[in-house]
Design a protein around this ligand. Structure first.
Ligand code: FES
Length: 562
């Protein structure tokens, strides 16, 4: 079987002399034209720790293909830093960037007929964006994660990106000196790598490893390490295997692989963003997955890992204890994941883990099943008259299982930030942040700045937050996001008024607004849909095409999609 299934159109067809001329003009030899073309995509760019080193890693991936009979062809696409954009209007582009990444990789590989893809990615939306593209194209491909950042340090205090937001909360309360505030900011990000806790990037990197779309260890090996360089240099070997076996993303990302990914991120206490991302990747892969599948996994899967944001450890700590493969080995031995599934190594998950040692008694990062941090999953799907199409809560158990109180409503993140700093947000309230959904934002921005400020202001365990926006993987506290339908679509969230009583009950998976239907109906009649919060460009295009959060915020959904 020819490994040049796609690119031969350009290189072997006499009627396309311009294609061959341009390829030769760009440095390929005639011998190269006979080899399979592998698109080596990087989401590298300057000005963000998660992405600053990715071009270098992508060059190593290309370098590693020499002598393997493959031609690596580098190209770039974009990224949006969640850490930088959180708390301002730039954040609206973050989830949008997932679609731009997916669309641009699809366009590059589709247009240039690459036979395979290696996607070197590093920040929250990079991983799902590249996996969506690979699932759409369904050509041999693998994801290479840029790796996790090292922890920072200030006066003996271990730091990560979320420390900055929490320091800001302390600054508002006058509990931190200017020197210490600046010290935290200057030392939180000591070099390249994605945010170091079990936030969205490390969650999605771990999910990709469990899906089988990246090699073992990729999600826990730090960005700055010889192991990361070696992983990049080895990628060509795996791409060669994938091409020879004609093993494609949709052969790997099957329904059971998504179940493995959901189990792993539950055990690790991963980000709620994984819900929308896995829904979107599954849709691109033609796998039926719904928010109720997350609840089903949560019902039978405990949280075992003591990782940040709610726990003690960073991803680099897990790496030194055996990494994600050691966790997966434990899960495999306990029968929590399926081992007989293909991966990008050409071997099954069980074969990849054959010589891996599970995490033992000598560490306290991963608890045994007999003594979990939480007996069921932290990702809980809530329904009720406030979220008839579902919502997503992240409950680690430390927040309690029930919260009720009067609503305090804000129509934007900025208004909430103002409300926190002026003391409008008070103990006992259920804080509502609305019109920040996929269409309303647009782009469903993350609420890390207000949630961190609430933590810093000492209200973390004293208020609950509900929103049609998202929460960062770095958020903790009693928080419920992804409320569907969103306020912009006239969902019940749009009808809440200050003082309305709201009950959030994890034990019954319910989210209830205690306002009688007649009054709600009156409010509904008075309600008018606001104008799109974007007048032109990609945000407007996104707002017009995006599906609701409960179906993954997908922009290419049609009646045949899942
Ligand atoms: Fe890139 Fe956090 S900002 S992983």
């Amino acid at each position: 079987m020819s490994l040049k299934k796609y690119s031969r159109i350009y290189t072997q067809d006499d009627s396309l002399p311009a294609s061959q001329a341009m390829l030769i003009g760009s440095g390929l030899s005639e011998e190269d034209l006979r080899k399979p073309f592998v698109g080596v995509c990087s989401t590298g760019f300057e000005g963000n720790t998660c992405n600053m080193h990715l071009d270098e890693l992508a060059n190593l991936v290309k370098q590693g293909m020499q002598g393997l009979g493959l031609v690596g062809l580098r190209f770039n696409t974009i990224g949006v830093s969640d850490g930088i954009t959180n708390g301002n209007q730039g954040m609206r582009y973050s989830l949008v960037s997932r679609e731009i990444i997916a669309d641009s990789i699809e366009a590059m590989a589709g247009a240039h007929n690459y036979d395979a893809l290696a996607c070197v990615v590093g920040c929250d939306k990079n991983m799902p964006g590249s996996l969506i593209a690979m699932a759409r194209l369904n050509r041999p491909g693998m994801m290479v994660y840029g790796g996790t950042i090292k922890g920072g340090n200030w006066k003996g205090q271990k730091l990560n990106i979320v420390s900055c937001f929490e320091a800001y909360g302390k600054k508002l309360k006058g509990e931190i000196s200017e020197e210490d505030y600046k010290g935290v900011i200057k030392n939180a990000c000591p070099g390249p790598g994605a945010c170091g806790g079990m936030y969205t990037a490390n969650t999605m990197a771990s999910a990709a490893e469990a899906l089988g779309m990246s090699v073992p260890y990729t999600s826990s090996v730090p960005a700055v390490s010889q192991e990361k360089k070696d992983e990049c240099l080895q990628a060509g070997n795996y791409l060669r295997i994938l091409l020879e076996q004609d093993l494609k993303p949709r052969d790997i990302m099957v329904r059971e692989a998504f179940e493995n990914a959901m189990v792993l991120i539950t055990v690790l206490g991963g980000s709620t963003n994984a819900v929308i991302h896995l829904l979107a990747i599954a849709s691109a892969a033609g796998v039926k997955l719904t928010i109720d599948d997350f609840q089903a996994v949560s019902r039978k899967t405990p949280v075992l890992a003591d990782l940040k944001p709610s726990g003690k450890y960073l991803m680099e700590d897990l790496c030194s204890m055996g990494g994600v493969p050691a966790v997966m080995k434990t899960l495999l031995q306990e029968g929590l994941i399926v081992g007989d599934l293909p991966t990008v190594t050409g071997k099954t998950i069980a074969e990849n883990l054959q010589n891996v040692k599970p995490l033992g008694q000598e560490q306290d990062l991963l608890r045994p099943l007999s003594n979990p941090i939480k007996a069921d999953g932290h990702i809980q799907i809530l329904y009720g008259n406030l979220a008839p199409k579902g919502s997503v809560a992240k409950i680690t158990g430390k927040e309690g299982l029930k919260f009720e109180g009067p609503a305090k409503v804000f129509n934007s993140e900025e208004a909430l930030n103002e409300g926190i700093s002026t003391g409008e947000v008070k103990e006992g309230q259920v804080v509502v942040i609305r019109y920040v959904g996929p269409k309303g934002g647009p782009g469903m921005p993350e609420m890390l700045k207000p949630t961190s400020a609430i933590m810093g202001a000492g209200l973390g365990s004293k208020v609950a937050l509900i929103t049609d926006g998202r929460f960062s993987g770095g958020t903790h506290g009693f928080v419920i996001g992804h409320v569907c339908p969103e306020a912009y679509d006239g969902g019940p969230l749009a009808l809440v008024e200050d003082g309305d009583w709201i009950t959030l009950d994890i034990a019954t998976n319910s989210i209830h607004l205690h306002v009688d239907e007649t009054l709600l109906q009156e409010r509904r009649q008075r309600w008018t849909r606001p104008a799109f919060n974007a007048q032109r460009g990609v945000l407007l295009k996104y707002a017009k095409t995006v599906s609701e959060a409960s179906s993954g915020c997908i922009t290419d959904l049609d009646e045949t999609s899942n």
